[in-house]
Each structure stands twice: as C-alpha cells, then as structure tokens.
Design a protein around this ligand. Structure first.
Ligand code: NDP
Length: 448
C-alpha cells in the first residue's frame, strides 16, 4: 500500500459498507470507514429492523381480538405508542453499538464524519483532513425522495416516522410501494385512520398482479382508504396544526400526519465523485460493473447507491464479494437473479423469481398453479382473509420460475421455498415432497 494512508476507505457504515470493511480488514487490509450519522445505516437505524418491530407490535391488535375466539378472556386493551417507540429505539441503540463493536473488533477505524471524494485515491473529511487510500468504496445508500410540491416540508418520511411524538389519529401516505403498504398496515392496526394516495391505480409495481390485488382487497376490507390517480398538489398547515392535502381527481383531505413513501434516491449528491471520473446514471446511482467497480478503477460502490436491487441482504452480499475479490484473493460475483423479497404488510406478501406476466413475456409457454385458501387460524378466529399462493412454471421444462404468496408468515415460508426455486427445481420435485400437515406451507406441494 506504498504511499497510501489506508488500503481501503469506505464511505458509509450501512449494511454493505460495514460488511465490506469488516471482511476486508479480516483479509489483512488497513481499513477506515466514515459515517456522518450512526453506524448501521438505513436497515438498522431507520428501516428494516425498527419497521419489523413495529409490525410485530401492530400484529397484537388482531392477535388480541382473535385470542377471544380461542377461549382467552382478553379485556379491552389500549395501545401506547410511546412505550413501543421507546423500546424500539432502545433496540436500535443496542444494534448500533453491536455494529460499532464488530468494526472495532476487526480493527476497522471508524471516523464519525462526512467524507467526500477528491480524486481516484483521495478523501476529504468534514474537519478538513485529507487522507488517501488505494481503494475507495462508496456505500452511502439512498434517501427518501420527496415530491417537490408546495408545503412538502410539512410531511415526514420513513426517517422521521420512528420518532413521532404521538400516534396520528389520521395519516395520509403518499405512494403505494413497500414503505407505503407496510406503514399503512402498521398505522391501521394501531388505530389510525389511514388514507393511501397513489399517482396510478397500481400498488407495488413489479409484484405479481394476483398477489397485489389480494393485498388491496384485504387492506380495503380492513378499512384502509385508497385513492388512485391522485397526484400530490400540495400541503397546507392549518392554524390547529392539521394538514390539508390537495391532490388531483379527489377532494382535499385533512389529516394529522403526511408520510411520503415515494421511492428512494441514491446518496451521491455533493460526494465529489466527479473529481475521480465516477459516472452516475440518470437517477444519480453509481454505475458499476459485475465486480461493483465504478468507471474509476480504484473506486467501487455497493448497495442502494448503485440502485441495482435496494435490499439489505443484496448490499451485504455485494460488500462481501467486493472484500473477497479485492482483498481476499477469492474473486466471486453476486448473482442478482432470483432474489427473494417481501413486503411486511398486513398480511405480508413475499415472492421470488418471475411474476406470471414477466414469465409469459420471457418464456411464452407458462403454466400457473394456485392455492387460494383460508388459513386454519383465521377460520377459527372468524377472520375472513384468504391467503393466495401462486407458482409460475416454464411450460416446457416444468421448472418453477416464480413463486409468490400472500398470507400469514408468507416471508418466513418463502425463504425456504426460494432455495428450491434458486436450485432450479420443477413442479414435479415440489409434488414429490410429502405435505407437512397441518401447515400453510403444505400448500406449496399441493398446488393445482
Ligand atoms: P417504492 O419504489 O417501493 O415505491 C414508491 C411508490 O411511490 C410507488 O408507488 C411509486 O409509484 C410512487 N412514486 C414514486 N415517485 C412518485 C412521485 N414523484 N409522486 C407520486 N408518487 C410517486 O419505494 P419506497 O419508498 O416504498 O421504498 C424504497 C425502496 O426501499 C423499495 O423499492 C425497496 O427496495 C426498499 N424497501 C424494502 C422493504 C422490504 O424489503 N420489505 C421495505 C421498505 C423499503 P409508481 O409505481 O407509479 O412509480
């Protein structure tokens, strides 16, 4: 590393950056990581982890009601947002410390400052210090994209939602993707009146149509209000603090909180990447090759900042592959095919591989199998909510090319089934497996 302060300088201590730093250091590299906020990144600090804890908390609303049908004398319960909020934030603190400890244990130097790129091997820290590194890894993630409508500053994003002072009685959510549908479920279960507005009439674009339709149907049945073809026009803050939202094609609505969930943009603004000739795409994402190398040979990028697949486990893999390839003498590449994904809505949905329409476009001949059923627990609970599992197969080879589901525990079930899809198994292989009765997952081997 002649002439450089570090072998590797990582900018951003989120999922991808932390993994890359830790593994590179374990391979013997001298590593520093700069983080302007908290170690852990979006997933740990203001994303997947606290969100999932809120999902657990929200589920009690239905579980407590259902318990009565199972013989439990449950008194009328009420929910205290501040207790859950504070417990969740404490857990985030614990994880933040655990991530910091992991880096320290691996001799990674943590620099709690913003860092910008000054050249192919140069980094400037916020305090003015200049350092050099043989390799720079950009792992700065992404941030919420807020539409620039009048009064947008009165709304919040997923960054702020975990810190709310009080539970809003009425909440309007803009967007109909992952975050919108997850928080629609969470707020609804906590007792807020939820209105979700979307610029088109398609929720969760990219998910299988039948599964999305089922979520929409169940969510509407539960009482979540959807407004489609509703483009944001603006927010006005009334004297009493309430927010009135104007939109196209619908009457204005007054709420206590507006949550923007309208996508995320890569964090590349003012990062100095142009100083090193690092090219960005039209969305501002760092352009990388299959080894996560940018157009500057000494600068790499992993995770959401590359806008390949904005999921934590993908960023972690990209960071790991980078470290093994560049510092471990063991080159490998991340396979971005058949990555399982889930939406922790109420009920949750999950999928892997091609949707039915993608498969028809790609393969032409496709066979689709479905199981549309009411989970046993829901039957006794008197909960009129049907689960839907869908298997998409290549019409010629019988290979399962897509698996999509909505229903209780769908993400837990799908993770195991995704192994079979990734391994290229056929419908006949699924059918050759004896059902595990009585479970919901047994539907996977009984589909007609
Ligand atoms: P998504 O991309 O999932 O959804 C964005 C939504 O906002 C879409 O409905 C989109 O509509 C709409 N939208 C986009 N731009 C505008 C605009 N200018 N005005 C009005 N509506 C707009 O983004 P999220 O913010 O929900 O989540 C960001 C990413 O984070 C996800 O894509 C996912 O990768 C990740 N994530 C993953 C989770 C998980 O794994 N469970 C949970 C949360 C986030 P249209 O369809 O028309 O573009």
């Amino acid at each position: 590393m002649a002439g450089y302060d570090y072998d590797l300088f990582v900018i951003g201590a989120g999922s991808g950056g932390v993994r890359a730093a830790r593994v590179s250091a374990a391979h013997g590299a001298k590593v520093a990581i700069a983080e302007e906020f908290r170690v852990g990144g979006t997933c740990v600090i203001r994303g997947c982890v606290p969100k999932k804890l809120l999902v657990f908390g929200a589920h009690f609303a239905e579980d407590l009601k259902d318990a009565r049908r199972f013989g439990w004398n449950v008194p009328d319960c009420d929910f205290e947002w501040t207790t859950l909020r504070d417990n969740v934030l404490s857990e985030v603190d614990r994880l933040n410390q655990a991530y910091t400890q992991t880096l320290t244990n691996n001799n990674v130097e943590i620099i709690h400052q913003r860092a910008t790129v000054t050249g192919p091997h140069g980094v400037r820290l916020a305090d003015g210090r200049e350092v050099s590194a043989k390799v720079i890894l950009v792992a700065t993630g992404a941030r919420p994209d807020v539409p620039s409508c009048p009064g947008h500053e009165h709304g919040i994003t997923s960054n702020e939602v975990f810190h709310l002072e009080a539970l809003p009685k009425r909440v309007l959510i803009a967007g109909a993707g992952y975050i919108a549908n997850e928080f629609a479920g969470i707020f609804h279960q906590f007792g807020s009146k939820v209105t979700l507005i979307n610029r088109t009439d398609v929720i969760l674009r990219g998910y299988d149509e039948s599964i999305r339709d089922r979520l929409l149907q169940i969510a509407m049945m539960k009482g979540i209000d959807f407004r489609f073809h509703a483009e944001f026009r603006g927010i006005t803050k009334d004297k009493d603090g309430c927010l009135t939202v104007e939109m196209t094609n619908h009457e204005p609505i007054t709420v206590d909180c507006v949550l923007f969930a309208t996508g995320r943009v890569p964090n590349t603004t003012d990062l100095g990447l142009e100083n090193a000739g690092v090219e960005l795409d039209a969305k501002g994402a760092v352009k990388v090759d299959e080894d996560s190398r940018s157009t500057c040979p000494s600068i790499y990028a992993v995770g959401d900042v590359t806008n390949r697949i904005q999921l934590t486990p993908v960023a972690i893999r990209e960071g790991h592959a980078f470290a093994d390839t560049v510092f471990g003498g063991n080159p490998w590449r991340v396979d971005h095919e058949n990555v399982p994904h889930a939406v922790f809505s109420h009920p949750p949905m999950a999928g892997v591989g091609l949707t039915e329409s993608q498969a028809r476009q790609k393969l032409g001949s496709v066979k689709v199998y479905q199981s549309d059923f009411r989970a046993m627990k829901n039957v006794l609970a008197g909960r009129n909510e049907r689960a839907l599992y869908k298997m998409v197969c290549d019409g010629v080879t019988d290979r399962v090319v897509g698996l999509h589901m909505i229903g209780p525990d769908a993400p837990e079930i799908l993770q195991a089934a995704a192994i079979a899809v990734k391994a290229g198994l056929t419908k006949a292989d699924f059918d050759a497996t004896v059902a595990l009765h009585p479970t919901m997952a047994e539907e996977l081997v009984l589909m007609r």
